[in-house]
Ligand binder design. Structure first.
Ligand SMILES: *Cc1c(COP(=O)(O)O)cnc(C)c1O
Length: 397
């Protein structure tokens, strides 16, 4: 049986190009970029080249690129840095949204315990915050606005440039978690008024364990890890050079083929949305238009997302019921709750995140598999029986 991987928001396979770029840095060119001998200097040149590639992909300056261990670390460092800068000026209020990744939400929670005040904006039923909401939430003591570029569960894309403009005008630092957007949507940190941005290599066919924190010139970063002077003193530890080189190669490749890949994904995504949308009492989560080219996310009434996902896996389809981080816990997704789905509906969710290689034939297979599995689960569900008999009211049309 063919195995169809439709969980690219959780992680992606390393591309041939990225793998080939990485290989020499494990053995032939294994030097430490901080060493003064020529082996070290060769490694340092590769590090500089990767930094330039990452900068170019974002329209940033290489000096504004800091390599991290991934998206989580970049999010933590960006937020903690802005919070510390704010505290020095007596500004301890942060604006964010209710549906951020846990790397952001849990960092904010920690800061709240340290005396910061956090405003989490409502993301509406369509999963999109408006620049007006951000403008209204900013106060004299606001030190940071952090709003994700695109949501990892429902794929909705935020008006980043406009939110950035509001922050610039009000002189508040603006960070965006662009982990789902990088390599999939065009990003220009200058044009979009972004002060800090996080991305992660393994979400665009780079290896796991490498990410970038972009920090605009003049934004002082706080280091989370103390030690050597790597990353201009902002991130100690010998650089994960193979992963950094692989990430840079993957990013360059993804940006070069961005439009072409997005067009392919959008066509198949829409096929999946139309096909799966034929199921009774289901609903697409997140705005239909303003969403990532590869994201499909539905709620089905009367079933458990976890059972759906496991049965789909038996049929050779790798999907997700939310984000990889919350699956395994019995809590419904905070993202689905944030867009107003009631608990019982939020439990019956399915996320398919495709890449450009998914074919029309595979999409048809997925649609049939989802339809069959939803019917099967409903036929065994006591909740579904109550809904059908009228004992309980349907929430979804
Ligand atoms: C995956 C993801 C992260 C975490 O990135 P890691 O590199 O896995 O630490 C953060 N934010 C979003 C939106 C993500 O999708």
């Amino acid at each position: 049986m063919e195995y169809i991987y439709a969980d690219n928001a959780a992680t992606t396979a390393v591309s041939e190009k990225a793998l080939a770029a990485m290989m020499p840095y494990f053995r032939d060119n294994f030097g430490n970029p901080s060493s003064l001998h020529s082996a070290g200097q060769r490694a340092n040149e590769a590090l500089l080249a990767a930094r330039e590639t990452a900068a170019k992909a974002l329209n940033a300056d290489p000096k504004e690129i800091f390599f991290t261990s991934g998206g989580s670390e970049a999010d933590n460092q960006a937020i903690v840095s802005a919070a510390k800068l704010g505290a020095k000026k007596g500004k301890k209020h942060i604006v964010s949204t209710a549906f951020e990744h846990h790397a952001v939400l849990h960092t904010l929670k920690k800061l709240k315990k340290e005396g910061y005040e956090i405003t989490l904006l409502d993301v509406h039923e369509n999963g999109i915050v408006t620049p007006e909401q951000v403008a209204d939430a900013i106060r004299d003591d606001t030190c940071l606005v952090t709003v994700m570029f695109a949501n990892n569960e429902i794929g909705t894309v935020q008006p980043i440039k406009e939110i950035g403009a509001v922050c610039r005008e009000k002189k508040v630092l603006f960070h965006t978690d662009a982990v789902q957007a990088a390599g999939h949507l065009a990003i220009d940190v200058k044009d979009m008024n972004i002060d800090m941005l996080s991305l992660s290599g393994h979400k665009f066919r780079g290896p796991k364990g490498a990410g970038v924190l972009y920090a605009r010139k003049g934004v002082l970063l706080q280091s989370l890890i103390e030690g050597g002077a790597q990353e201009r003193g902002k991130r100690a530890g010998t650089e994960n050079l193979p992963a950094i080189v692989g990430m840079a190669a993957a990013l360059e490749d993804a940006v070069a083929h961005l439009e072409e890949n997005a067009a392919k994904e959008r066509r198949i995504r829409d096929m999946l949305i139309d096909g799966i949308g034929e199921i009774a009492h289901c609903a697409l989560n997140g705005d239909r238009e303003r969403r990532l080219p590869g994201n499909v996310n539905f709620c089905f009434e009367g079933i458990e997302g976890e059972s759906l996902l496991l049965l789909l896996d038996d049929k050779g389809v790798a999907a997700s019921s939310g984000s990889a981080c919350t699956s395994g816990s019995l809590e419904p997704s905070h993202v689905l709750l944030a867009i107003g789905r009631p608990h019982e509906v939020a439990h019956g969710s399915l996320r398919l995140t495709i890449d450009e290689t998914l074919t029309e034939e595979q999409a048809r297979y997925i649609i049939d598999a989802v339809k069959e599995t939803v019917s099967l689960l409903r036929s065994m569900s006591p909740v579904w029986r109550d809904l059908m008999s009228g004992k309980q009211q349907f929430i979804l049309k």
